[in-house]
Design a protein around this ligand. Structure first.
Ligand SMILES: [Zn+2]
Length: 198
C-alpha cells in the first residue's frame, strides 16, 4: 500500500497500529507500519480498523494491536494480538469480503485487474435482498460468513429488516459476539462504497 494511505491509517487508529510488528524498532513512528497489500483494500482495512477501535473505546478494558496485515493467496490476512470474539468476527468478515473487493481499485467484482477469488453461494439464505448491486454483494458475503459460523455452532439469527440509506443497517436478533462483529464490519464498509458505486 502506498505510503500516504498507510500513514493515514496509522494516524486514524494509533491504538491499533503500534510498533509490535516484527522488524520495526521500538519507538519508531507509527507511520513505519507496513500494510503488505495494494491500495484497493484501503477502505476495507479502514472500516475494519474503525469497527475494532470504536469497540475498544466502548469496552475500555480491552487491548488489541494489529501484528500483521497482508495479502495472502489473493485474500486479506489481518492478524492481531489481543481482542475477543467480536473483533475476531469483524476480522473474519473483512477477510471473507476481500474475496469480492478488488485489491487494485477497490471495486466490487472488478473484472479489469485479474480474477477475484469470489464467494460460494450460502447454503441457507438468511438475508432479504437489497437493491444496489454492490451492497447486494456485501449482504451475500455476510450471509456466507454467518452461515459458516452457525454451521460451526454459533446460535441462529433472525434478520428482521435491512435498511438501505447512507449505509446498510440491519435489524436482527440471536447470534453471538462473533456474528455481531460481522454485521458491524458490513455496515461500516457499506458506508465507504460511496454513492457513485452501482
Ligand atoms: Zn479492479
Amino acid at each position: 500500500m502506498r505510503d500516504e494511505l498507510s500513514v493515514l491509517l496509522c494516524r486514524r487508529y494509533p491504538r491499533l497500529y503500534t510498533q509490535v510488528r516484527e522488524g520495526v524498532p521500538t519507538g519508531a513512528p507509527a507511520e513505519n507500519w507496513c500494510f503488505d497489500c495494494a491500495d484497493g483494500w484501503f477502505d476495507l482495512i479502514d472500516a475494519l480498523s474503525e469497527v475494532v477501535i470504536q469497540y475498544v473505546d466502548v469496552t475500555d478494558q480491552l487491548e488489541v494491536q494489529a501484528s500483521d496485515v497482508k495479502e495472502k493467496h489473493n485474500e486479506l490476512s489481518f492478524n492481531v494480538h489481543g481482542g475477543d470474539d467480536y473483533i475476531d468476527g469483524a476480522i473474519w468478515m473483512a477477510e471473507i469480503m476481500s474475496a469480492v473487493v478488488c485489491q487494485i481499485c477497490g471495486t466490487i467484482d472488478c473484472t479489469a485487474h485479474g480474477r477475484l477469488p469470489g464467494l460460494s453461494p450460502p447454503k441457507t439464505v438468511r438475508f432479504p435482498d437489497v437493491h444496489r448491486p454492490a451492497w447486494r454483494r456485501l449482504v451475500q458475503a455476510l450471509d456466507v460468513a454467518v452461515n459458516l459460523l452457525i454451521s460451526r455452532g454459533a446460535p441462529e439469527i433472525v434478520v428482521e429488516a435491512v435498511r438501505e440509506g447512507e449505509s446498510l443497517r440491519f435489524s436482527w436478533s440471536g447470534g453471538n459476539d462473533e456474528i455481531a462483529g460481522c454485521f458491524s464490519l458490513v455496515e461500516a464498509f457499506s458506508q465507504r462504497l460511496g454513492k457513485e458505486a452501482p
